[in-house]
Design a protein around this ligand. Structure first.
Ligand code: G4P
Length: 285
C-alpha cells in the first residue's frame, strides 16, 4: 500500500498512461470521496484533454453523505460528469452506464455520422494508488477479473473486459502519482492511509486528525472513545490511550499505540462517515 515514487516510476507510469490513452475514448477517473481534490492527479487534465471524462467519487460509503452531494454539485458545475460509488459493495456502479453514454455523446454522434454503428466505447480506469481502481474494475465487470493491489510500472498484455455491446473497459488501470508538492494534499493522503506514513510521524498525524475532528465533527471523538474534547489535542490523545488501555511501563500512556488505533479506526470508517475536504474552502476545519 505504501508507494515510493521515484522519477523512474513516474516516467514509466506516465508512458503507460499515454500508451493506453491512445486506445480509448473515455477516462474514468477515480477519486477518494473523502478527499476529492487531494486524491486527483494534477496531470490528468492535460493527459486526458481530448478524451471524454467521468469522475467517480469512490469510497463514498466512508465519506460524509451531505458532502458527497456537495461534491457532486461541484463537479456538475464544472461540467464534469460524476457518479458516487462504493466499489466494495457495488453501490452506484450500475448507474455508470447511462452517464457514460452522456459523457461520450460526441463520439457516438461522430460515429453515427460516419455510418459506424455499434462500435463500443472503450474506457480505462485511472487514479492514484489505493483509490480503489482494481476493486472498481472487479465490481463493474461483475467477476474477479482484475487483481487488487497493482504496483506501478507492471506491464501486462492488454485485455478488454466487454461489459455489454456498447462498452469495453481496459482491464489494466492507469496508475497516477499523487500530489507530492502540495503539503495539505500530502497530509490528507496520509490521513486516509494512501501515502507513506513517513510524511508525518504517526503521532503527528493523529494530532492533525484530532484537531480536524474537533473543529469539523465535534462529538465524534467523545462518542467513540468517551474522552473529553475540550482539552488540547495532545491531552485528547493521552486520554484515548488511557481509555483504550494503551499503557507503557509505569502506567505511562502509549501515545504511539493510541495514535495507530485512532488512525486505523478513522480509515476504516469506525468513527463514522467523514470527509476531510469541502468544495467551497478546499478543506474543513
Ligand atoms: P487500487 O487498485 O486503486 O490501488 O486500489 P484497490 O482496488 O486495491 O483498493 C484499495 C483498498 O480500498 C482495498 O482495501 C479496497 O477493498 C478498498 N476499497 C476500494 N473501493 C472501496 C469503496 O468504495 N469503499 C470502501 N470502503 N473501500 C474500498 P484493502 O484494505 O487494501 O483490502 P481489503 O480490506 O478489501 O481486503
Amino acid at each position: 500500500m505504501n508507494y515510493q515514487w521515484y522519477p523512474g516510476h513516474m516516467t514509466k507510469a506516465r508512458r503507460m498512461m499515454q500508451e493506453n490513452l491512445s486506445l480509448i475514448d473515455l477516462v474514468i477517473e477515480l477519486v477518494d470521496a473523502r478527499i476529492p481534490l487531494s486524491s486527483r492527479n494534477p496531470d490528468i487534465d492535460t493527459m486526458g484533454k481530448n478524451k471524454a471524462r467521468l469522475i467517480l467519487l469512490n469510497k463514498s460509503d466512508l465519506a460524509d453523505a451531505d458532502l458527497n452531494q456537495e461534491w457532486m454539485e461541484y463537479f456538475r458545475e464544472m461540467d464534469i460528469h460524476a457518479v458516487e460509488v462504493n466499489s466494495k459493495s457495488g453501490a452506484g456502479v450500475r448507474s455508470i452506464e447511462a452517464v457514460v453514454r452522456v459523457a461520450c455523446k460526441d463520439k457516438l454522434e461522430r460515429d453515427r455520422r460516419r455510418g459506424i454503428l455499434n462500435r463500443p466505447v472503450r474506457a480505462m480506469v485511472a487514479g492514484i494508488p489505493n483509490v480503489g481502481k482494481s476493486t472498481f474494475i472487479n465490481a463493474f465487470a461483475g467477476r474477479a477479473c482484475a487483481k487488487t493491489g497493482n504496483k506501478p510500472g507492471v506491464t501486462k498484455g492488454k485485455q478488454w473486459i466487454r461489459l455489454h455491446k456498447s462498452l469495453e473497459l481496459l482491464d489494466t488501470p492507469g496508475i497516477l502519482w499523487p500530489k507530492f508538492e502540495d503539503q495539505q494534499a500530502g497530509l490528507r493522503l496520509a490521513l486516509i492511509g494512501s501515502m507513506n506514513d513517513e510524511i508525518l510521524q504517526t503521532e503527528e498525524l493523529a494530532l492533525e486528525l484530532i484537531r480536524f475532528l474537533r473543529a469539523a465533527y465535534g462529538g465524534v471523538l467523545s462518542g467513540r472513545f468517551g474522552v473529553e474534547e475540550n482539552g488540547d489535542d495532545f491531552s485528547v490523545l493521552k486520554e484515548i490511550s488511557i481509555k483504550r488501555g494503551c499503557l507503557l511501563k509505569g502506567n505511562e500512556p502509549d501515545i504511539r499505540k493510541a495514535s495507530s488505533i485512532l488512525l486505523e479506526e478513522f480509515r476504516s470508517g469506525k468513527l463514522g462517515r467523514i470527509t476531510l475536504e469541502r468544495p467551497e474552502q478546499g478543506a474543513k476545519g
